[in-house]
Design a protein around this ligand. Structure first.
Ligand SMILES: [Zn+2]
Length: 115
């Protein structure tokens, strides 16, 4: 079941499986099978693995690549970048039927809450 993938850098990431990712349109449809879904970084097929949606880049990654992303990428905290990340997180969370949504705090940070 889709869930927030917590990380110590504050990136908004959703973990899902291949059925969930296929249902909301990630990857290339293959009749009778899960969509063919590739990691946006290493290009491995990930439809039968845990899939990680990284809202800040609007991309799905494999587990190894998401952990690499979290540990090595700058988390841009300017208004436009946070709005992009927040918007995309909320779109995908809604389509997955998740309870969580992202919002900005009064001091400009981003947080996950349950409305
Ligand atoms: Zn990968």
């Amino acid at each position: 079941m889709a869930k927030v993938y917590n990380n110590d850098r504050g990136f908004l990431v959703i973990q899902m499986n291949g059925h969930e990712a296929s249902n909301i349109g990630f990857g290339v449809p293959i009749t009778g099978l899960l969509n063919q879904i590739c990691c946006g970084t290493c290009n491995d097929s990930i439809e039968h693995k845990n899939i990680y949606y990284v809202a800040g880049i609007n991309e799905v990654l494999c587990e190894e690549c998401v952990d690499d992303f979290v540990s090595s990428m700058n988390h841009y905290l300017d208004n436009d970048s946070l709005r992009y990340e927040e918007t995309h997180f909320n779109i995908i969370a809604q389509r997955l039927g998740m309870e969580e949504r992202a919002r900005r705090t009064h001091d400009g940070k981003i947080e996950i809450f349950k409305p």
